[in-house]
Design a protein around this ligand. Structure first.
Ligand code: C2E
Ligand code: MG
Ligand code: MG
Length: 277
C-alpha cells in the first residue's frame, strides 16, 4: 500500500506539472492571438561600458504575468513557447516592444544607448525573421546600429553555414549580434571566429568563479585576450561584487552587466536610471 501511495503521489506531481505547463502554454497562446500584449512585457537591465563609465545599452528581458499563475520566469516560459512554436508570434511582440523602448530612449536624448534583444534559434532560422525585423525597424524608425541580438551557443550545434549566412545579413545591416552564455555549451573560440558576430557574453558561471578562493582566473583572461584578437567586444554578465568588477577591468573586459550595476528595471525606471547615472 505504501508503494501505491508513492506512485500515486508521483502521478499527482506529474499531473500538476503537466497542468501548469498547459496553463502557461494557454496564456502564451492567448497573448499570441490578441492585439494587445496583456501580461507580456519587458524589463531592461543596464549594461555598463567600463572604458567610458557610461551606460551603453539595456538588455531586454521578457516577463510574463497571468491572473491564474502570477509571475512566470522566462527560464520556464521561453522553452514552452519554443516547443509550442509560439515563440514566433511572441518573439515578434518582444521585438516590437523593445524597439519602441529604443525609440523612446533616443527621443529622450539618449542616442548612444542600444537595446539588446534575446532571440531563440527557432526565431533566427525562421524565413520571415529578418524581413519582419527590418520592417519593424522601418515602422518604428530606429537605427539598426543601436540594436543588439543575443543568440545562445546552440547555434554551434545547428546548421552552422545557414545560420552564419543569416547572421551575415543582420551584421551587414548594422545590427550587433552577440553570443550569449558563452563558455557553457558547444562554443569554441575557433568557430566563434568564423561566426558573423560582434561580441561574446561570458556566462555568469565564469563570473561566479572569480569569487572562489582559488579561482581559475586564467580562463576568463584567456577568453578576453583571444576574443579581442578577433576584434570582438566582451561582455560579462551576472556581475554582483566589486571584486569581480576589478578583476574584469584588469583583464580588459569591455562591458559588464549584473546586480552590481542594476537589476532589470521597468521602462520608466530604466529612463530614470539613465538620467541619474
Ligand atoms: P540571459 O539572456 O542570459 O539573461 C540573464 C539572466 O540573468 C536574466 O534572468 C537576468 O535577470 C539575470 N541576471 C542579471 N544580472 C544578474 C546578477 O547579477 N545575478 C543573478 N543571479 N542574475 C542576474 P531572466 O530575466 O530570468 O532571464 C533568464 C533567461 O531567459 C535569459 O538569460 C534568456 O536566455 C531568456 N530570456 C529572457 N527574455 C527572453 C526573450 O525575450 N527571448 C528569449 N528567446 N529568451 C529570453
Ligand atoms: Mg541574454
Ligand atoms: Mg546569459
Amino acid at each position: 500500500a505504501e508503494q501505491d501511495l508513492g506512485v500515486c503521489y508521483y502521478d499527482d506531481k506529474l499531473a500538476a506539472e503537466f497542468a501548469r505547463r498547459q496553463d502557461i502554454e494557454n496564456a502564451l497562446a492567448m497573448i499570441a492571438a490578441s492585439q494587445s500584449d496583456d501580461g507580456l512585457y519587458l524589463h531592461y537591465q543596464p549594461v555598463l561600458d567600463l572604458k567610458t563609465g557610461r551606460i551603453c545599452a539595456f538588455e531586454a528581458l521578457t516577463r510574463l504575468h497571468s491572473d491564474l499563475l502570477g509571475h512566470i520566469s522566462p527560464a520556464e516560459f521561453i522553452p514552452i513557447a519554443e516547443e509550442a512554436k509560439l515563440i514566433l508570434p511572441i518573439g515578434r511582440k518582444i521585438v516590437s516592444q523593445a524597439l519602441h523602448f529604443l525609440k523612446r530612449l533616443h527621443d529622450s536624448g539618449f542616442e548612444s544607448v542600444s537595446v539588446l534583444i534575446n532571440i531563440s534559434i527557432i526565431q533566427l532560422i525562421d524565413n520571415e525573421f529578418s524581413r519582419n525585423l527590418f520592417q519593424v525597424i522601418r515602422d518604428v524608425r530606429v537605427n539598426p546600429e543601436s540594436i543588439g541580438l543575443e543568440i545562445t551557443e546552440s547555434v554551434f550545434a545547428a546548421d552552422f553555414d545557414r545560420i552564419n549566412r543569416i547572421l551575415g545579413v543582420l551584421d551587414r545591416a548594422g545590427l550587433h549580434v552577440s553570443i550569449d552564455d558563452f563558455g557553457t555549451g558547444y562554443s569554441s573560440l575557433s568557430r566563434e571566429q568564423e561566426l558573423n558576430v560582434k561580441s561574446l557574453k561570458i556566462d555568469k558561471s565564469f563570473i561566479d568563479g572569480i569569487m572562489q578562493t582559488d579561482p581559475d582566473m586564467t580562463v576568463i583572461a584567456d577568453i578576453i585576450a583571444m576574443a579581442h584578437k578577433f576584434n570582438h567586444i566582451i561582455i560579462a554578465e551576472g556581475v554582483e561584487h566589486e571584486k569581480q568588477l576589478r578583476y574584469l577591468r584588469d583583464c580588459g573586459c569591455d562591458w559588464i552587466q549584473g546586480y552590481l550595476v542594476s537589476k532589470p528595471l521597468d521602462e520608466n525606471a530604466a529612463l530614470e536610471f539613465l538620467a541619474r547615472y
